[in-house]
Design a protein around this ligand. Structure first.
Ligand code: MGD
Ligand code: MGD
Ligand code: MO
Length: 792
């Protein structure tokens, strides 16, 4: 039985951002505590409030979980936390109900005679251990691959990274962060030599201009949008620039809104920098002291006039001029970048141009002057820093033998035990290797690739390949789990303990509040169990993975982070039980954490210390150590120009529309949690297709008509919504898979589906290897008129 919770803080489906608490520039954001409790439960009836933080976006909103009779009965924002100061957004207010969903996995499943049947943990783990041993013996460690998440805890990623890299010795370990923030990481590496977010959310309090590049923050980091709204309503409000082809809630409040053609971000940025340089709005002293590469950038953008870009981007040249003035004359400029850049054509090149803009203006490392190359997923930062993505733990450089030797020392293994003779394998390549039969075992944890990867027909055929042994570790029998050979039931948020780090480096502790259902186990326990059964050893014959719980794993990670940009040595579980999360690096010298990186120039770009020697921003080819040393001998910030290159996916006669995909405020990804919560499911029950009014009129289509969208990859059906977006563009939310359709599974080949990724081609940015979910060429046709046409 579903019980409707009484939301103590009003109807936050109708009013997602809640009441305003205005404040002025440089002031402290006022507290506002948001609460949601189950119907019939009063605050004083709650038996325990257990500390946690949000796992439904990268904001890291701190909250307490309300517990009664061993069950979760609600949540309340933590007023003392630096990130949200008590606020919670709709998903967090309601989604805790999904923990108690009746269809949670409670026992392991194994495939027998073609069907998934329940078994005990010993039988399931035996199958995995026997399978991996046989494959490693017959084919070598490279037959085994891991595809993990941006939604587990730091302790879980670190354990997985150690067992995969030094235990098995496979280079095939990556996260779905490849789909999400691979470009954020890559852009930071290309500009600053290392991953690590320069800015802080507190920059919102100080900025006089805020620029959002391909970032619908109002719907995707809802609480930081409340912060921006509170600044807008207060004294000395900041100017806002929004770069997005749709009239998003952000665009509606913007001082200047540019709605460029899809995938033309680099052209636009080059014109903006052209104007900034032409007007002398640069900071020559900062450029000389802290950067290399300015002359090359100036040459690159010399021909990129607003008129040139207006042609390519189809935005008025005058508007580009206004945007340049907003950016060029700000004293404290904060920029954020997200998927409208990271998942579009020339992802890394475009994101790097935002870094360039800040470097030439000296807008870094001061209150209000900063860049946030955003994360999307709640724990994506940890996937990256723990090396569960395609990098070595602690932002070490796989091409630097000293870095590998240092990691080998931490793990007490020989450097040769850590694969590093080629770049670690990225997720798109892992699936390709599985398709070709080189990868024979694929262990998928906390991600749902059968909905979230591009070209789903292909992904389904890979996952159902004869000869690919698939393990899926999830809460539910997802679209992906349906293909598995072994399904492991996992515990989740509220049912296990661990830490994670948000997009502005704030580390939170998230504690266990209730027991998981049935035999479900924390992901950490599953990885530890596997490591023990496999008997992985260090070079002295001791256990390679020598910890047995989250706090011990955290302490082990701290040793791996010593002296690295993401130094955690000043943190402990005890300290994280304080009123607020804390930003890394946190050390003896900086015991309260570090608000901003690069206050006094860049410190991780030195050739001996950098995480990467860089890549060509057009081809993705590595530049190599020698080139990097000659380019940046002193380790300054790198200004890296890039020419505009047109997208591969471009409308033509057969596919006249430009299709893009993204999110709605009410759902998280493939809706495994939010789709199981009545308030959120009802707010956005099914897929839709957005079209501009002029296009709808031209085609004689109306609101609510059932349409079919087709691309060269596949087809999708959904109801039409007429909205304000660029004419010629269609938008489809990517949240809707098949688990809650009548059939419960994907369409048969040739039939239209409802998942956006039926339509998206397998294309990725050559630099970050992030797929291009935001740019496809598509056709649109009417299937059936709306039942009752709404009156106009
Ligand atoms: N409600 C909600 N919040 C979430 C999530 C969720 O699923 N639901 N997921 C979290 C995660 S993992 C992520 S990664 C973030 C993503 O957060 P966002 O990046 O803010 O979300 P998206 O909707 O994917 O894309 C942002 C915008 O990019 C625009 N866009 C599309 N193509 C282009 C282009 O070519 N150029 C430009 N300039 N813009 C373009 C779209 O119109 C869209 O408004 O959200 C996080 N927060
Ligand atoms: N077309 C299109 N496609 C996209 C995007 C887009 O904008 N457009 N965005 C991309 C981006 S940015 C992202 S981040 C991805 C997201 O794509 P996915 O990661 O595939 O989406 P989720 O639904 O978050 O999948 C997470 C899975 O983990 C499970 N889970 C949750 N908590 C736990 C836990 O504690 N333990 C375990 N073991 N499992 C758990 C959930 O039930 C769910 O099945 O999608 C990408 N795909
Ligand atoms: Mo993401």
């Amino acid at each position: 039985m579903r019980r409707t919770p009484a939301n103590v803080c009003g109807d936050r489906i109708a009013d997602p951002w809640g009441n305003r608490t205005p404040y002025g520039q440089g002031g402290q954001w006022p507290v506002r505590t948001d609460t949601c409790l189950a119907a019939g439960v009063a605050e004083d009836e709650v038996e325990a409030w257990v500390q946690a933080a949000s796992l439904l976006h990268s904001d890291g909103d701190a909250m307490d979980i309300a517990v009664r009779d061993g069950r979760i009965v609600g949540v309340r924002g933590r007023a003392g936390d630096r990130v949200n100061r008590g606020r919670l957004e709709p998903k967090d207010l309601y989604a805790w109900q999904a923990n108690g969903s009746a269809d949670r996995l409670t026992r392991p499943l194994v495939r027998d005679g073609g069907r998934l049947v329940e078994c005990d943990w010993t039988a399931a783990m035996d199958r995995i251990v026997t399978g991996s041993r046989e494959l490693i013996a017959s084919e070598g460690p490279e037959a085994v691959a891991f595809y993990t998440s941006g939604q587990l805890f730091l302790e879980e990623y670190y354990t997985l990274a150690v067992l995969a890299r030094a235990g098995i010795g496979t280079p095939h370990l990556d996260g779905n962060t490849r789909l999400c923030t691979a470009t954020a990481a890559e852009a930071l590496k290309e500009s600053f030599g290392s991953d690590g977010q320069p800015g802080s959310y507190e920059d919102i309090d100080h900025a006089d201009a805020i620029a959002l590049f391909g970032h619908n923050i109002a719907e995707t980091q809802v609480v930081q949008w409340m912060r921006i709204l509170d600044r807008i309503d207060g004294p000395q409000p900041p100017h806002l620039l929004c770069v997005d082809p749709r009239l998003t809630p952000v665009a509606r409040r913007a001082t200047v809104h540019l709605a460029p053609r899809l995938g033309t971000n680099v052209a636009l940025l080059n014109a903006l920098m052209h104007e900034i340089i032409r007007h002398g709005w640069t900071d020559p002293a900062y450029v000389a002291r802290h950067t290399v590469g300015f002359d090359a950038l100036r040459e690159q953008v010399k021909p990129c006039t607003p008129r040139w870009a207006a042609e390519i981007c189809d935005v008025p040249a005058a508007a580009i001029g206004e945007a340049a003035e907003l950016l060029g004359t700000a004293d404290r400029l904060l920029s954020t970048v997200l998927q409208g850049f990271y998942q579009a054509n020339q992802a890394t090149a475009a994101a790097v141009q935002v870094n360039n803009l800040h470097l030439i203006r000296g807008m870094l490392g001061r209150p209000g002057a900063g860049v946030l190359q955003m994360n999307g997923q709640p724990t994506a930062e940890n996937t990256r820093e723990c090396g569960a993505d395609g990098d070595l733990p602690g932002f070490r450089n796989w091409q630097n033998e000293d870095h590998v030797a240092d990691l080998a020392r931490v793990w007490n293994v020989e450097p040769s035990a850590i694969p590093h003779d080629a770049p670690p394998t990225h997720a798109m390549k892992i699936f390709q290797l599985a398709e070709e039969g080189a990868v024979r075992m694929l262990w998928i944890s906390a991600t749902n690739p059968a909905v979230s990867l591009p070209e789903l027909a292909r992904i389904r055929s890979i996952l159902s390949r004869e000869g690919l042994f698939t393990v899926v570790q999830d809460l539910y029998l997802t679209e992906t789990a349906q293909f598995a050979d072994v399904v492991l039931p996992a515990a989740t948020w509220g049912e296990k303990t661990g830490t994670f780090t948000n997009a502005d480096r704030t580390v939170h502790l998230c504690e266990k509040a209730v027991d998981p259902p049935g035999e479900a186990r924390p992901d950490l326990d599953i990885f530890l169990d596997y490591a023990a059964r496999m008997g992985f050893e260090d070079k002295d014959g001791g256990p390679l993975v020598h910890w047995s719980g989250p706090e011990e794993a955290f302490e082990a990670w701290k040793l791996c982070s010593v002296g690295r940009p993401c130094d955690y040595t000043g943190l402990s579980y005890g300290k994280l039980r304080g009123p607020s999360g804390i930003q890394w690096p946190c050390t003896d010298q900086a015991p309260d954490g570090t608000a901003r990186l690069y206050g006094d120039g860049v410190d991780w770009a030195h050739p001996d210390r950098c995480e990467t020697y860089g890549k060509d921003l057009v081809t993705g080819e590595p530049l190599g150590e020698e080139r990097y040393r000659s380019m940046n001998p002193d380790g300054k910030a790198l200004i890296r120009p890039a020419p505009y290159v047109a997208p591969q996916e471009w409308p033509d006669e057969n596919h006249p529309f430009h299709l893009t995909t993204g999110r709605t405020l009410y759902h998280f990804h493939t809706r495994t949690k939010t789709g199981r919560v009545p308030q959120l499911a009802d707010a956005a029950p099914d897929v839709w297709v957005e079209i501009a009014a002029s296009d709808a009129a031209h085609l004689g289509l109306a609101e609510g008509d059932l349409v079919e969208v087709t691309t060269r990859c596949g087809a999708l059906r959904g109801r039409l919504r007429i909205t304000s977006l660029r004419p010629g563009v269609l938008f489809v939310p990517f949240h809707y898979g098949y688990w809650d359709t009548p059939a419960g599974s994907a369409p048969v080949p040739g039939e239209a589906g409802r998942a956006a990724n039926e339509l998206i081609a397998t294309l990725w940015d050559p630099v970050s290897k992030q797929p291009q979910f935001k740019t496809a060429a598509a056709a649109l046709s009417l299937v059936e008129r709306a039942a009752a046409r709404p009156d106009h």
